[in-house]
Design a protein around this ligand. Sequence first.
Ligand SMILES: Cc1cc2nc3c(=O)[nH]c(=O)nc-3n(C[C@H](O)[C@H](O)[C@H](O)COP(=O)(O)OP(=O)(O)OC[C@H]3O[C@@H](n4cnc5c(N)ncnc54)[C@H](O)[C@@H]3O)c2cc1C
Length: 385
Amino acid sequence: MKCDVLVAGGGPAGCVAAAGMGHELHVKVLEEHARVGEPVQCAGLVTPRVVEMASASDAVLNKIDGAYVHFPGGRIIELQGNEVKAVVVDRGEFDRRCASLARRAGAEVNTGSRVGPVERTAEGLCVRTADGDVECGALLAADGYRSGVARSLGFGQARDMVRGLEVDLRLRSEDQRKVRVFLGNDVAPGFFAWAIPCGDLTRVGLCVSREKGTPQDFLARLLEKQGWAEAERVRTYSGAIPLGHIARTYADRMLVAGDAAGMAKPISGGGLFTGMTAGKLAAETLLEGFRSGDLSGKGLSIYEKRWKAAYGKELRNSYRVRQVFVRMGDRDLDKAGVRLDNEKAKAVLATGDIDYPTALAPGLLRTCPSLLAVAPLLIFRLLWR
Ligand SMILES: Cc1cc2nc3c(=O)[nH]c(=O)nc-3n(C[C@H](O)[C@H](O)[C@H](O)COP(=O)(O)OP(=O)(O)OC[C@H]3O[C@@H](n4cnc5c(N)ncnc54)[C@H](O)[C@@H]3O)c2cc1C
């Protein structure tokens, strides 16, 4: 079997990439699972721009315009945006929309097909799969957080990782327009917990730093504390999010995108916007490479410049914020809560864009300079860039 580009992984990053080059190149997407989008490993909270990127408006379950932030000591801050800030998607359907885009562009999307070892040949690459060897001119590793393909090719690993667990409860949240975010080292050490309203269901989950234990115990405790332990569990999801992107995302005839490259946002763990943007830019770069006949690492290195121009600064700053956040005790979080619990700070927070969360920092510090006293190291790191 032959193709121009083999895409390892039929997730959003891989399918959006295939959709961007399928009209001109012979592209094969190989997805190891029997059905694209299954099993789901996601809370499905994204900005409207991500839904647009996948033309997936029919996968939207709910619209969100605000949040309740629960601090460890019991303080709850309510944030009200003046527009839809995020939407909740059916992640399985969302992924299948991405796969449809790829197919419509002319790419093949094959399920139940695992990408195995990759060898370099005189003409390009030879990829071992269960259905036989595939010879291709280039490979895009978009194989998600385990990223066996990218790692076996020497691409390295993300710097950090959090592990997550989530349940859909048969429980109707009173306020259907706001998510709840729970902070605290007893709730979700190294990350946060969430409750997302989806009509008659509420999606409750959390992630924890990998060295802080397993998410099961923390989730059981959260459900108990919120009085949700008896609610029927309709569905359970689990997974991990790599944070802190890999050092290099290109090589001769190869690119890496999405979770395989550790591109999720270090503050929120959201990886759809960054992964799909990288997929789009990978397609653009590979198209140019095939047109010019230059698929060398040097030629493809423009891909890394492109995704870094799109959100490299945000990932860098978010990672710094995360490094400080994981060191904050519950008392520090509560102190920050006190300082943020005023109308001016809340108005700034409510303007936030979850795809670019650190853009809020300058405005917040102007309105709330006393935040400096809570985490001087954080502020120092943010300003010293
Ligand atoms: C608990 C949890 C909640 C999350 N919530 C959100 C959220 O609300 N919003 C958000 O934006 N992000 C969220 N994320 C992160 C988001 O799910 C990922 O960042 C996103 O899925 C990355 O997309 P991707 O295409 O890079 O990888 P994936 O979606 O993981 O796709 C990779 C695909 O590759 C396949 N694969 C792997 N190895 C092989 C192989 N060898 N051969 C063939 N196929 C292979 C996998 O089966 C998978 O289908 C969450 C993650 C977790 C764990």
